[in-house]
Design a protein around this ligand. Sequence first.
Ligand code: AMP
Ligand code: GLY
Length: 422
Amino acid sequence: MKVLVIGGGGREHALAWKLAQSSRIETVFVAPGNGGTAQAERIRNIEITDLAQLCDWAVNEKIGLTVVGPEVPLAAGVVDLFRERGLRIFGPTKAAARLESSKAFSKDFMQRHNIPTALHMTFSDRAQAHAFVTDRGAPIVVKADGLAAGKGVVVAREIEQAHAAIDRMLPEVADPDTRVVIEQCLEGEEASFIVMCDGKNVLALATSQDHKRLLDGDQGPNTGGMGAYSPAAVVTPAVHAKAMREIILPTIRGMEKDGIAYTGFLYAGLMIDAHGQPRTLEFNCRLGDPETQPILMRLKTDLLELLLAATETGEDRKLDQIELQWDRRTALGVVLAAKDYPQQPRTDDRIRGLPQPGADVMVFHAGTRREGDDVFTSGGRVLCVTALADNVRQAQQRAYEVVREIQFDGMQYRGDIGHRAA
Ligand code: AMP
Ligand code: GLY
């Protein structure tokens, strides 16, 4: 079978790498892919970014299954488009992807369905937003409505930061289409809780924890994610059960009630308080990046069979009957980012010292491109060095050993991935 992975980041390299291990797969195409997927066995990049063209290509090529990595094509309706042409694709429809693509939609949805989350208000008028912040005081959180690659959120410890964020995110003259969500600041420890859904049944993947801030000690600006590990011990069995019962299942049922069947990966960003109560920080309608890299390194189940089961329809939907097999060890991934990420990442730096892939270490590519035997940076997050070992500390050691072999000008990475668990 031929399969297609849409996207070009580290998450998509990990998906393609895992799918290529499936015996029934002839070729994994990745559109557009990156320098890592450009040179791997049974994986091929395909240079089409226009979704209508990609859909035509997939029909001609007789692609048996498509899986979508990033949120942008999902929010643009790629699942609707492929399904209309009779193609099998795993992901949410455009309407369902609003759980991620509009923070205002997802916050209103959570409120209506009693899903635990921070209290919030939505504004398009600057003066009203400023007055609300003045009234509530700091700490407070300001979020741009719409997709912002994890960079549209300001957690304001000082009130001035919140006022500045409002002025930056809202135009001087109110426009109903440009909104901010202002919400209560939650305290606790974060975790990424990702499930798969076939429109009816839910199957949870292994837990993980991301590191959103650029610098060690969770300092500096928010990024798309600087490193992750799986499993995340903060998600105890009790927290897991609560997250399923109070967040995931009511979300899938709530979408169904609202007439929007949810298919695809669903990612709840959780904040878990000192009493073990999880609350939803956000929904993503896809796998996390970089969480996918450690999660898929631990997955022993055949990913093709899993995705085929998840894309069954009607009475054939039996995703809840699958028992996933996981490597019991910990996987930990460290992101190497380009100079000046996340503001204005520089590109075209030559990467040296890339190791050969080993059994327990993978260097997943993200913003890279290949020219002959040379690899250059081509985006903000460049690589994710992911290692498997018996515990967090050993996985950390192994990953950082490999990180230290790799060099490119301006390379940035955190030295403390896994610090909450090590
Ligand atoms: P989001 O894109 O909504 O996940 O926000 C990005 C990051 O901002 C989250 O991973 C949290 O670290 C932080 N954040 C978002 N909302 C809140 C909140 N209500 N309270 C505290 N931190 C938050
Ligand atoms: N790592 C966070 C995200 O994928 O949104």
